[in-house]
Design a protein around this ligand. Structure first.
Ligand SMILES: Cc1cc2nc3c(=O)[nH]c(=O)nc-3n(C[C@H](O)[C@H](O)[C@H](O)COP(=O)(O)OP(=O)(O)OC[C@H]3O[C@@H](n4cnc5c(N)ncnc54)[C@H](O)[C@@H]3O)c2cc1C
Length: 356
């Protein structure tokens, strides 16, 4: 079968690896002259990395015990689930080499037009396909061709030189002074990724708050993250995956774990793409609560977030419903928003289940 994949980011490469496992040798077309990572915090639940049919362990810059959720006022909630922070450019290059052993990868190959059975490259060449996979990221030409329109969140990040030997957790700061959603600090090997769902003014304020403003900034990067939830994935013999399909979790904005799971589903259903769409739509990653939870989270005030932090600090995870309700009564502003907070909580539970 003649399968063409547009884009050699995580979605394109991991899909290609899954196809190769099934004996299908795809052609990947990448517009850039080299394989390189887009802006990314590079964090991912360890169990998902192990689902990629490739040995990713040499590309893990640091393993951490889990995540700390930090709220205004300083309350901290812990999530104990092992995560990894990758060296993403090296990881992509490692996977690209593996793909080239079985399939074909062409750099400097920008797809500029799509028809029912062929694509045209910028150099004028036409390439035919039986199945076309759009893994061409948030600015996807293939998603445009299929008529998809997404909303985006802007995210900004610095890579900063820092001793990370004592850093054991990913840190998420839910604080409107520094982000629309959350800011993060993810430790690597002698470097931290410090970023925000926001602009560089948010990020500079966060750096100052954390006392990191005197550290050496190694790299300044920004990107957009589709946050519309998963829409149409398939039309005829064309399928979308990754950011091209608005797959990042709209509550947490992580994009890598949905890619790993969707690429397995896509490879399994390469001969019946409608089944790919149906399976993904039935997967937790397509649950509409995630989108609702994301909207509510974005609109909570710092006062609400501080109260949520205090509430979580005061309850044990194992506690039943009644003691939790008794404790939330202490925060009348939260009580008024109980239904919305339940939605955020459910979204968080779903996101943790499939995303970490
Ligand atoms: C600042 C920031 C931090 C993030 N942090 C995290 C995180 O810590 N963890 C996490 O899970 N997710 C994170 N994400 C989201 C994650 O990075 C994305 O979901 C992921 O990169 C999507 O992969 P992709 O392969 O779909 O798209 P991309 O990584 O964008 O790759 C698309 C590829 O297609 C190529 N391409 C585009 N158009 C064409 C064309 N016309 N022809 C040929 N090639 C083309 C591009 O050059 C690129 O190589 C973050 C995003 C941002 C912006």
């Amino acid at each position: 079968m003649n399968v063409v994949i547009v884009g050699a980011g995580p979605a394109g490469l991991i899909t290609a690896l899954n196809l190769l496992q099934r004996g299908i040798k795809p052609l990947i077309l990448e517009k850039s002259p080299e394989i390189r990572a887009t802006a990314c915090g590079e964090a991912l639940g360890l169990r998902w990395i192990n689902e990629v049919p490739f040995d990713s362990s040499p590309y893990i810059a640091k393993r951490v015990r889990g995540a700390k959720l930090i709220f205004p006022g300083g309350s901290v909630d812990h999530i104990d689930k092992e995560c990894a922070v990758l060296d993403r450019t090296k990881w992509l290059r490692g996977m690209a080499e593996e793909v080239e052993r079985g399939g074909e990868l062409r750099l400097n190959s920008e797809v500029i037009a799509v028809t029912r059975d062929s694509i045209r490259l910028k150099n004028g060449e036409n390439i035919g396909y039986q199945v076309l996979i759009g893994a061409d990221g948030p600015h996807s030409r293939l998603a445009q061709y299929l008529g998809m329109k997404y909303n985006f969140v802007t995210a900004s990040q610095y890579k900063i030189a820092c001793n990370t030997s004592a850093m054991d957790f990913l840190e998420f700061y839910f604080d409107k002074r520094f982000s629309y959603g959350y800011a993060w600090i993810f430790p690597k090997d002698g470097v931290i990724n410090v970023g925000t769902g926001g602009d560089f003014a948010h990020l500079d304020a966060f750096l100052k708050y954390k006392g990191l403003d005197s550290h050496q900034i190694i790299k300044r990067e920004a990107g957009i993250i589709p946050a519309s939830g998963i829409g149409k994935l398939v039309q005829r013999n064309i399928a979308l995956i990754g950011d091209a399909a608005s797959m990042p979790n709209p509550t947490g904005l992580s994009g890598l774990s949905p890619i790993i799971q969707a690429s397995q589903i896509l490879a399994r259903n390469i001969n019946s793409l409608e089944d790919y769409e149906t399976e993904v739509k039935n997967h937790p990653m397509a649950n509409s609560i995630l989108l609702k939870g994301g909207h509510i989270l974005m609109n909570l005030s710092n006062q609400d977030l501080a109260n949520i932090g205090k509430f979580f600090a005061g309850v044990k995870k194992s506690e039943g419903r009644a003691p939790k309700i008794r404790k939330i009564v202490k925060y009348p502003s939260l009580l008024l928003k109980l239904n919305r907070l339940r939605t955020v909580y459910k979204a968080g539970v779903i996101a943790m289940g499939y995303g970490w």
